[in-house]
Design a protein around this ligand. Structure first.
Ligand code: F6P
Length: 367
């Protein structure tokens, strides 16, 4: 039996995607493994995520050239070294109630002779994969999001590289913050979950870490800073998630735009916090938004390894007909979970377990 598998990446890009595509391709086409399998594979990449599968005209060679990429071992040989996604991505939602294009998509999958989809994405993209699975399209998911907020898995591709970026940038900030005795407020990504800010802040020794799961008070932030300035320290680093909220308030929005999945664009909290600190305490404060730097660059060793393991596991799942499931890491082991279980709930920071609500920082007692 021959299976035509299409791979696509959706949502925000991140380091590790190319590695996972490489290992899906390599393990599907591995000649040694092929000898033992009753199924052989053909692997194609779909460019620009769900948008590619909607906009492609299967009868038009030019359109197929744009949206389809034949993947073989030679094509993907070096991909694991590079960040981003060589297939391109989009935030297109085929099931957007205002513009539902799911029928076109399903029709194209059939016309292209695609037997199964390997979908690399976060909650939105995998939510689409799950809906398609319910409509009879065979899908397997691979988790990716630098926010690391997908349930059902301890790890999502991109997170480790992003935490390393935060750490490296804060290391850089420290020298100038120290020279000028300034406070720096660093804004990380993390729409709903504070993992990036918490882990990034913890591994770089931030004085205050503000996360969406624990609304904060500016009076407390200022008091913590005053307390510290009274001691020997002349500068402080504050890390804040883009989705962090003042007590009783909503997130800070960058503009009025809403994406295809109904999400607003967040931003502005770091500059607000820095301004308030200056106003309330007189301490000099600056802000910095790390923004998409966190999603850029080459994947860390951990992301390369996870990409490899997730990619290989996805092919095993195709062979075992484990459709409608997402590859996952549970207690350090690679396994899989039904996509149904990961939709509409996010893995948030357990404040009681990991966060000190008085210090606004990671806990200092583990047991
Ligand atoms: O989805 C993950 C994420 O990293 C969020 O934390 C952030 O709000 C969003 O991507 C920004 O993505 P973009 O600017 O590419 O739409």
């Amino acid at each position: 039996m021959r299976l035509k598998v299409a791979v696509l990446t959706g949502g925000g890009d991140c380091p590790g995607l190319n590695g996972a595509i490489k290992w899906v391709t390599k393990s599907a086409l591995d000649p040694k493994l092929a000898e033992k399998r009753s199924i052989s594979f053909e692997v194609v990449g779909i460019t620009e995520g769900w948008k590619g599968l909607i906009e492609i005209d299967p009868g038009d060679p030019k359109s197929c050239d744009r949206y389809l990429k034949r993947l073989d071992e030679e094509t993907v040989r070096t991909w694991d070294r590079y960040g981003g996604t060589n297939l391109g991505t989009s935030r297109t939602n085929p099931f957007n109630p205002k513009n539902d294009r799911s029928e076109i998509l399903i029709d194209n999958v059939k016309k292209l002779g695609i037997d199964a989809l390997v979908v690399l994405g976060g909650e939105d993209t995998l939510g689409v994969a799950y809906k398609l699975h319910k409509l009879g399209i065979k899908t397997v998911g691979i988790p990716k999001t630098i926010d690391n907020d997908l349930t059902g898995t301890e790890y999502s591709l991109g997170f480790d590289t992003a935490v390393n970026v935060i750490m490296e940038e804060i290391d850089r900030l420290r020298t100038t913050a120290g020279s000028h005795s300034r406070i720096f407020v660093v804004e990380t990504m993390g729409r709903h979950a504070g993992w990036l800010a918490l882990h990034g802040g913890e591994c770089s020794g931030a004085y205050i870490i503000l996360i969406p799961e624990c609304p904060f008070d500016m009076d407390v932030v200022c008091e913590l800073l005053r307390e510290r300035k009274g001691r020997e320290i002349h500068y402080s680093i504050i890390v804040v998630s883009e989705g962090a909220k003042l007590s009783g308030k909503q997130e800070f929005l960058r503009d009025n735009k809403i994406d295809d999945f109904g999400h607003p664009t967040l931003g502005g909290i770091a500059s607000f916090v820095a301004n308030e600190i200056e106003k309330r305490t007189g301490f000099e404060a600056r802000s910095l938004v790390l923004s998409h730097l966190q999603r850029g660059g080459t994947p860390s060793a951990h992301d390369r390894l996870m990409a490899r393991w997730f990619g290989i596991a996805a092919v095993d799942m195709l062979l075992n007909e484990d459709f409608g499931r997402m590859v996952s890491l549970v207690r350090g082991e690679i396994t899989s979970v039904p996509m149904k279980e990961i939709i509409n709930k996010l893995k948030l920071v357990d404040v009681e377990k990991y966060y000190d609500i008085e210090r606004y920082n990671g806990r200092r007692s583990i047991m």
